[in-house]
Design a protein. Sequence first.
Length: 608
Amino acid sequence: MSSDSQYPHNLHPGLVPGIGIDEQRNRFEVDKIVFAFTAIVILAFIFWGVSNPSAVGEVSGVAFAWAMRNTSWLLNIIMILCLGLMLVVAFSRYGRIRLGRDDEDPEFSRFSWIAMMFAAGIGVGIFFFGPSEPLAYYLSPPPDTVPTQSHAAIHQAVAQANFHWGLMPWSLYAMVGGALAYSSYRRGRVALLSSIFQPLFGKHAEGIPGKIIDILSIVATLFGTAASLGISSLQISEGISTVTGHGPLSNTGLIAIIGVLTLAFIISAVTGVAKGVRYLSNANITFTMAFLVFVFLSGPTLFLLNLIPSGALTYLDQLLTMASKSLSWGEETLEFQSSWTAFYWAWWIAWTPFVGTFIAKISRGRTLREFILVTIIVPTTILIVAFTIFGGTAIDFARQGLPGFDGQSGTEQVLFSLFAHLPFSGLTPGLILIVLAIFFITSADSASIVMGTFSSQGDPAPKKTVVVFWGLCMMGIAIVMLFSGGQNSLTGLQNLTVLSAIPFSVVLLVMAAAFLKDLSTDPESIRRVYARKAVSNAVLRGLEEHGDDFELAVEHAEEGRGAGSDYDSAAPHVTAWYQRTDEDGNPVDYDYETGEWSDGYQGEKNEE
């Protein structure tokens, strides 16, 4: 191609092999606007919540009721749309696109990749809701479904829990994680959610619209993770009461628990032992699976063997029916949605920046098809088994009339009641407390790093002071959430989580459009467009000139008959993304064959 070519670096857009973020030249620093604005708003909220928790509870309760009646449809649409969109992308021509350069191999083995992915998405929920949620549906089934405490109620209960923890949330994570991994490892953009919107916003993605997206990402992560930390503290509080034999802990006790675990998080963040804590997190997953096997073998094994496939098939059979439930089904259904489904949808939406960023980091080099299908199917399968084992055992104990399973116990009490009726009941509560504490610390550590990245222009290693600040904000929000609910701490967690997720759900809708537009101009997509046109033209020309006796060859085509005659390969939206720049954003020429920059830049070694 001639030196006066219209393409950046004399390279046709269909030949770009992809650009990783580590191949770009970026200068990272704290984004003063994003950090300062978000910090002021969050600190003001925490101050209000600590000084007047009843007012926060009252206002959030009114706002929650309004949101459920007027915007719960939006949450449903997001979940349904993401599942459908991800399946379409996986099985379309876009599924061949790699989350990295054309020749890049995955960084981790498939087993390690799946193990890390699963670790990111479960947290404390598998213990807190695993036994209690299916039991709650068995004792009080969703409206307009099955008779209470019937055989049908058993399967409906497991199916409803699978619905909340299965395909829907993981398709959400797949969309955000896939879009961010594609943006960072295929397009070379910084690891900010706002970077995903460049196909729609152009340079404005780095301006005010982009900063608004990054602010909403931080707020969603703060509230979503704070909800998890609040749930962890409730479960740990109940565990301490069980182990020590004392009554329920007071609010002061809850604050003490959060304070001790916060101190542990700060130590891990400041001293650099976070890597060791991550090893403990991997051990945690092993402990979690061991608990599942223990309950399966020591509990109603035969019952569970039958319930796992039956519950899974009931889930698949009722998937569309459960997804269709909304205000149009009546007030009773709206109340159920408010207590369960809407809270989960909001919680998953609030978790998407955190979990999406995590799975994006570990998925470099995978094709979109493999990434989407594995991200959706494998964790869903594991969680179906986990909730069926924990929940099915709780339901079986309820059928036997054992104490603690009559619906009168709190959500956090069901877990310890379950293990109290299994062998080694004097040992298991202490082990569960250790697992819960590590879940708390590692979640806070990982989420704080993600928020530090979002507030530091995509810096993968943000300043420790920034990381600790966001961690402390999470703890403050968790305390406000717990106390704003009054006697029912879970109510405060649910209300504030839903309210924080609704604005971010709009961001996700626009993100889906931006992701599809990005994929449509990917080099792999361009090559497919040319391939179809080239083959079609060649066959027509062969028939015209040679009848049955022709073969395909590559040669210069006549005007108007070329493979790209109908494609504007010089359009800015196709070419601008791979123009290399220096640290100040100024265009610099780059040789893709030699990997050399025209200004002599040779990587971090030559930087100041």
